[in-house]
Design a protein around this ligand. Structure first.
Ligand code: IPE
Ligand code: IPE
Ligand code: MG
Length: 248
């Protein structure tokens, strides 16, 4: 058990022996963070990427098993090409650095989403990151890239139907765990806690299947300002909840 002073000078109590196993974060609010400072939106994305490094490292240090972050949605292609290009550039920079530090960090990295619309260079970097880190144990970070919950479910349904047509699957025996194996998140337990900074109170197509029994934590803090203290508050709130999963 550890106590922290939050900014409002309230004591926040985190039990590090009983952390949620899997935390998922919608990294939202980069644009508004930049706007508040009179900066271009791309500066907000750079600050957001920097904060992702800080929070991911911290999650590993405290012994979290799984961290999943929403970095780019299937809907984010609607943004101006310049902004999309800047986000992809930051991603490339992050992956190159991550590959350079991999031996030290030993974090297993996965990607959820359809990577095919990315440039061949980015796809190759994602593949290399995944390949080098696949045997690491302890902490797994999943980056949702061109990810959409509905897209994931449609792909799963299509792949499953194909397996049925080709005799590899039998619809009479489809259960939740078999279906989960068709999702990008196969093998990863469902998130216990989903955090959305920036004040928006919606899922925006994030982990629709996997969040069935997740606890939600919303805060007005914008993602680049979402510090370790904010994470402590989210975990402390989670630890104060009663999860019943439909029982009593
Ligand atoms: C999240 O920040 C980053 C991505 C969606 C890629 P936003 O860019 O959505 O920031 P706001 O919501 O406009 O402030
Ligand atoms: C969700 O944020 C996607 C990511 C954070 C990557 P958005 O900013 O795209 O979501 P909406 O448009 O506010 O729902
Ligand atoms: Mg947003």
């Amino acid at each position: 058990m550890a106590f922290f002073k939050s900014k409002e000078d309230r004591q926040v109590q985190v039990d590090f022996d009983h952390l949620p196993r899997h935390i998922a974060i919608i990294m939202d609010g980069n644009g508004r963070w930049a706007k508040k400072r009179g900066l271009p939106r791309t500066a907000g994305h750079a600050a957001g990427a920097e904060n992702f490094r800080t929070i991911a490292t911290y999650c590993k240090d405290i012994g979290l098993d799984y961290l999943t972050v929403y970095a780019f949605s299937t809907e984010n292609w609607k943004r101006p090409a310049e902004e999309v290009g800047a986000i992809m550039g930051l991603l490339k920079k992050y992956l190159l650095e991550a590959i350079g530090r991999m031996e030290r960090d030993r974090v297993k990295m996965e990607f959820f989403g359809d990577l095919s619309p990315l440039t061949p260079e980015l796809r190759e970097l994602c593949e290399r990151t995944r390949e080098i880190s696949k045997h690491y144990e302890g902490c797994q970070v999943n980056i949702c890239l061109n990810y959409g919950g509905r897209d994931e479910l449609l792909r799963a349904a299509r792949a499953y139907a194909q397996d049925c047509l080709e005799g590899r699957a039998d619809p009479n025996h489809l259960g939740e765990s078999q279906f989960s194996d068709y999702l990008f998140s196969r093998g990863v337990p469902d998130p216990d806690l989903v955090i959305r900074p920036s004040g928006e109170l919606r899922l925006s197509n994030f982990l629709l299947w996997q969040s069935a029994y997740a606890e939600f934590y919303f805060t007005d803090v914008l993602w680049p300002d979402f510090s370790k203290e904010e994470l402590h508050k989210a975990i402390a709130a989670f630890q104060g909840r009663s999860r019943r999963f439909g029982g009593v």
